[in-house]
Design a protein around this ligand. Sequence first.
Ligand SMILES: Cc1cc2nc3c(=O)[nH]c(=O)nc-3n(C[C@H](O)[C@H](O)[C@H](O)COP(=O)(O)O)c2cc1C
Length: 191
Amino acid sequence: MSAPPRPAPDLLTADRAHPDPLREEPGPGAARCLGLYAKLAAGVSVVTARGPDGPLGMTVSAVTSLSARPPLLLACLRDGSRTLAALTAHRTFAVHLLREEQHALAGRFANPTTTAADRFAGTDTRHVLGVPVLAGSLAWSVCLVEDVRRYGDHHLVVGRVAAVHVGGGRPLLWHDRRFRSLTELAPDGPG
Ligand SMILES: Cc1cc2nc3c(=O)[nH]c(=O)nc-3n(C[C@H](O)[C@H](O)[C@H](O)COP(=O)(O)O)c2cc1C
């Protein structure tokens, strides 16, 4: 008769023995993490929402596709943002992927001392599903809020894509705390 199989290691017991793997060696801290995050290359977007006194919007690099069926995307917005408060209340928001020529607009929508009215000044705006949509971006979508969840000092916002427009142009990028453009395509991309 063969020997009975050895029991699998009890992972729950192991977790109880070492509840926090960082307890003996603390993590790197916020400043070093921000250095890491600065190395993430990202497209630059403006997220807009309908505020109580008019349109609100902010520049966001933390925008990512999440799912195609159903169509979902996500954005990470800092705690205390006026735009976050408005989209949470109105349950709808728009995401605009910016073109490389739109760095001044991105700077305006990021400036904490610029009023909401000044952020939108001089930019053609119309409303789709009650949300302000800016003319001239690379692409935009209007999303219904699916989930808002706080993680640390930001909120993870998941939106269900309800309307989409894809235009033309090249994306505005953010890397190493500076706006950048695509200069060339990598020689050996997939496909
Ligand atoms: C290139 C760039 C990317 C940014 N990305 C984000 C982001 O992903 N999430 C965020 O909360 N703030 C981000 N910010 C900062 C906001 O744009 C800024 O705090 C803005 O003033 C918030 O506006 P509000 O408080 O009126 O909503 C970014 C700023 C810049 C310049």
